[in-house]
Design a protein around this ligand. Structure first.
Ligand code: PMP
Length: 292
């Protein structure tokens, strides 16, 4: 089936979806993006993703050429056009086409791209067995230089983490902030469980305010778990009863080993599995229905 890409208000074939080499997203990583899941025709947490997008745009003074409602409509249309029931949306807003100078004033209008695809995710076995991960030497960008709360197109920090994960032969890795506190993975937030308490780093540590992270905190509160946003170190990860990662693509996935230390029983623990189960109960409901 043809894949239709939304490109500045029009749907074009994947092969024809082209953008200028003078685009500042390409030249400077100047822009923002979102990754959003569609579950059974439901754009999961659509509003939350849009809020993060528009907040990021405000922060970097990027004017999105679509209103909030128009953007939501464009997402719905892109999912429909590609006849996707379960999939993944990549929404990219770059500063636009300019010249070789980095001045954003040279880019009169932002480029807006929406790609909708099927998603290849972890196997069900991975969710039960948990992932083996490592920590890496690459530190998280410091918030007063390039705030990790902004889901910007400048992902080199994360790419460097992924390269270190690749070199270590694992799929995901943890980065610390410059004070040595655990920040997040290259594309996921982290939670640890110790003596029944669930802890995730506060976003000021240098972590993205993940939509899945927020959904899991809500689920914890609804189910009577004690959940705290508190800084912790690698030692706390090593001695945790359970460690899991959250993200749009990963959902809620356990880690069975971190830096050679076996976590808990060496497989997904009961709290992780319970949270995954509860999370999967809301994914087709909490959001915007495409096929009403
Ligand atoms: N941290 C980083 C660096 C990410 O790229 C992502 C994925 N967007 C996350 C955390 C998880 O965020 P979310 O749950 O919104 O996908």
């Amino acid at each position: 089936m043809a894949q239709w890409i939304y490109l500045n208000g029009e749907f074009v074939n994947k092969e024809d979806a082209k953008i200028s080499v003078y685009d500042h997203g390409y030249l400077y990583g100047d822009g923002i993006f979102e990754g959003i899941r569609v579950y059974e025709g439901n754009i999961f947490k659509c509003k939350e993703h849009m809020d993060r997008l528009y907040d990021g745009a405000k922060s970097i003074m990027l004017e999105i050429p679509l209103s909030y409602d128009e953007m939501q409509e464009a997402l719905i249309e892109a999912v429909k056009k590609n006849e996707i029931i379960d999939g993944y949306i990549r929404l990219v807003i770059s500063r636009g086409t300019g010249d070789l100078g980095l001045d954003p004033r040279r880019c009169p209008v932002a480029n807006v791209i929406i790609i909708v695809e099927q998603l290849s995710i972890y196997s069900e076995e991975d969710y039960v067995n948990g992932l083996k991960i490592v920590s890496v030497s690459t530190r998280r960008n410091i918030p007063d230089a390039m705030n990790p709360k902004i889901k910007s197109l400048n992902y080199l920090n994360n790419v460097l983490v992924k390269i270190q994960a690749n070199l270590a032969g694992v799929g995901e890795a943890l980065m610390l902030n410059s004070d040595g506190f655990v920040a997040e993975g290259s594309g996921d937030n982290i939670f640890i469980v110790k003596d029944g308490m669930i802890i995730t780093p506060p976003s000021y540590i240098g972590a993205l305010e993940g939509i899945t992270r927020a959904a899991i905190i809500d689920i914890c509160n609804q189910h009577g778990y004690v959940v705290k946003e508190q800084p912790f170190t690698l030692h706390d990860v090593y001695v945790a009863d359970e460690v899991f990662l959250t993200g749009t693509a990963a959902e809620v996935i356990a880690t069975r080993e971190v830096d050679g230390r076996i976590i808990g029983e060496g497989k997904a623990g009961p709290i992780t599995m319970h949270l995954l189960k509860e999370f999967r109960k809301i994914v087709n409901k909490d959001g915007v229905q495409v096929y009403k």
